[in-house]
Design a protein around this ligand. Structure first.
Ligand SMILES: [Fe+2]
Length: 468
């Protein structure tokens, strides 16, 4: 016979199990990970990660990005400080002694009381797929050498691994994020960067010296693998009171994109194909309403995506559309209203954004039924919709977004206020393995992970709720 006290304990345990099951069925997880909440400090100017390379006029801030539509070209950029020097890049296939050369262009800009160094941009073309290339810059004075892997030929079943970093900045936490990315046993081959690079605009007069330090800080990664750039609000550098009224001046002089290859008219929105992925970069801070260049470009671009060639359709932007933290409320809303029906129609697999300094992953949801009169304003599960991932947790000096809306909305599958990065390991046309890493853990530890099923080839429900 069960005594009353034991019976009430059993009832309590059963209720607890039911409650837990209900929680799991609703999917959303707010991580209970405990962390320090202090704001991050930027690394001082004399930090070793900002060291100027030795030698007269030595190239610094070397960075590469894709130079064409399909990954057969690489755009190599660097800065020389003492004199213009050569804009030539020498490059050769690993193991070969046949060196080729390409010639680039030099640009330079002034920002209030700052004058930039000589910024070189040089595209090297006709790269062989899946081939290791060495390259040299600084010809004539101080030569520096680097290498990269040309990507595989664009195709539906070539495995390829992307890294995901956003809102990086140059704090001690930023350094930790970059180190975790470098040492992650899942080796990222290209970084999809979702905007907010240097945070130089946080300094008096938007001190552009902090653009230079950032360029030297990230060189250890971006000189060896391309980073695909998205412009964030910290790239605007719009300061009328200093006479600086041309938005994106430092960013657009320093970080070029291959926008013309995808018929875009602006460096801030464009697309590239890389391995099995078609990546569309959108501009949260350029006009996107109906009839604007960005609207018309995206309207033309989406029907061109050939899922038999590039099964994975990935979109990058800075301001997230779905965000359950109490920061940047509704900032992505007007773009969502304009473009979300297209994302569902064209079965976008994943949307990555930054801006909110935290991590969040949604279920597959859409909110396209809503108009201002019908009141249907709650996002619903939608198997044709993308998963939205906010990865603005690179570690900049502004600190973490810690305040969340409660209760956690059903569409939010996982959220946490920690710095980190993610990897997207595409296996073939149907499967990709996604993992998010927080900086407090060991390099191999995955704090959130998910098998992602392709929307075009394998549109089964992979949501947290489905697997629970
Ligand atoms: Fe931002």
């Amino acid at each position: 016979m069960v005594v009353p006290k034991t019976r009430s304990l059993i009832v309590f345990v059963v209720l607890l199990l039911v409650f837990n099951a209900a929680t799991l069925c609703h999917g959303g997880v707010t991580s209970r990970f405990v962390r320090k909440l202090a704001k991050g400090d930027d690394m001082p100017l004399d930090s070793d990660v900002f060291r100027v390379p030795p030698g007269y006029n030595a190239p610094q801030q070397v960075h590469i990005t894709q130079g064409d539509l399909e990954g057969k070209a690489m755009l190599v950029s660097w800065v020389t400080m003492d004199e213009p020097g050569s804009s030539q890049v020498l490059y050769w296939i690993d193991g070969s002694d046949q060196k080729r050369s390409a010639h680039g262009k030099i640009t330079k800009y002034k920002f209030y009381n700052y004058t930039s160094g000589f910024i070189h941009h040089c595209t090297i073309r006709r790269l062989k797929p899946n081939t290791k290339y060495h390259y040299e810059v600084g010809i004539g004075h101080t030569v520096r050498s680097f290498w990269f892997m040309a990507p595989p030929e664009v195709g539906p079943d070539v495995p390829y691994t992307f890294g995901l970093i956003g809102d990086l900045g140059q704090s001690y936490d930023s350094n930790s994020t970059l180190t975790h990315y470098d040492l992650n046993p899942t080796k990222g081959q290209t970084v999809l960067f979702v905007g907010d690079l240097s945070y130089a605009d946080q300094y008096p007069n938007n001190d552009n010296v902090r653009w230079d330090t950032w360029g030297r800080f990230v060189e250890r990664s971006v000189a060896y693998q391309p980073w695909i750039w998205t412009a964030g609000n910290h790239e605007l550098d719009f300061v009328p009171e200093l006479g600086e009224t041309k938005p994106f001046k430092p960013y657009s002089n320093r970080y070029h994109t291959p926008y013309k290859a995808s018929n875009s008219t602006s460096p801030f929105f464009y697309s590239v194909k890389r391995g099995p992925a078609h990546i569309i970069v959108l501009a949260s801070y350029s006009a996107y309403g109906k009839y604007t260049p960005q609207y018309k470009w995206l309207e033309d671009e989406l029907p061109k995506v050939d899922r038999t060639q590039t099964p994975w359709l990935i979109i990058l932007m800075h301001a997230p559309w779905y965000n359950s933290f109490n920061y940047h409320y509704m900032e992505g809303e007007t773009m969502r209203v304009m473009y979300e029906p297209w994302f569902v129609k064209y079965k976008v697999d994943l949307v990555f954004a930054g801006h909110v300094h935290a991590y969040e992953r949604t279920e597959r949801i859409s909110n396209i039924a809503y108009n201002v009169v019908n009141g249907i304003c709650t996002p619903v599960n939608d198997s044709s919709a993308p998963i939205y991932i906010t990865i603005g947790d690179g570690g900049n000096l502004e600190g973490l977004a810690t305040n969340m809306t409660e209760p956690q909305p059903k569409y939010s599958a996982f959220r946490e206020s920690s710095f980190g990065h993610a990897t997207l390991d595409i296996k073939n046309r149907t499967h990709a393995y996604y993992a998010w890493h927080r900086n407090q853990d060991g390099y191999a530890v995955e704090a959130d992970n998910l098998w992602i099923f392709n929307r075009y080839w394998n549109p089964i429900d992979e949501s947290t709720a489905a697997s629970a």
